[in-house]
Design a protein around this ligand. Sequence first.
Ligand code: VAH
Length: 314
Amino acid sequence: RILVSGGAGQIGSELVPALRERYGADNVICGDIKIPQGSLAEDGPFVQLDCLDEEKVIETIKKFNVGTIYHLPALLSATAERNPQKAWNINMNGLLIALEAAREFKCSIFVPSSIAAFGPSTPRVKTPQDTIQRPQTIYGITKVAGELLCDYYFIKWGVDARGVRYPGIISYKTPPGGGTTDYAVDIFYGAIKEKRYECFLREDTRLDMMYMPDAVKAAISLMEADPSKLVHRNAFNITAMSFTPHELAQEIKKHIPDFVISYSVDPLRQSIADTWPDSLDDTCAREEWGWSPDYDISQMTKDMLENLKKKLLN
Ligand code: VAH
């Protein structure tokens, strides 16, 4: 069976249903510290699970005979920067507990990293898979440390740990969760509700992004990949598109011609975004486990507006 820890978060809310669809609802346990509304807790097994509660994590793995863990709990970049000690505790001690459990019970484990794992001294354009990683945000530090810890558990104990460096993820099912890239989610709410959006990043801030269906596909594809073909493990560069707030606003205007974007830069989140790459090179993911995205900026924008309209206007 599969345990998705942090399963009620931004990625988990869409990964859990996709896994249940693929493997059968009863085989996918959603665990989260907060009990979600709706289908996550109704369509299959749900466990109230604090990733820092080692006993409960082990009890859950034994009770459900878990063979694969998707470990998603983390404070995202902006939230983490406001509470670095709490971010270290959740992002690192939560991960250590999951890795120890994976080692003891021979589970495979998916642990997401992020473009935040790169810093200002990293090559910004077509950032290579193997390059310097000296992030200057606590979130990025926990992501690099997480990558190293996962590779350590693989090298030392053979734990089947795999991960991807996610770019900003855009989705309509959950509200934005304290990330720097979340302007690219907020903007759609503003476009539909008020035909305007005040963006907290500069109009020329270029960042890698990905639509949620591709983010979910990447996690499942990597965990189903033939391990003998994996040269890398933690964690693969993956991307789907790279755009600026100005370019995204132009794309939205193709559907809502009188949409207006304005800018009121948030120094904290701008300083975070300025340390991240402009575009990733995801050749290794493509070569080692067949990665390829389905959504580009125009397909994502069309699908986001259609689905968010339904959600907001019903
Ligand atoms: C954040 N959405 O903004 C997350 C992600 C690359 C960004 O890690 O913190």
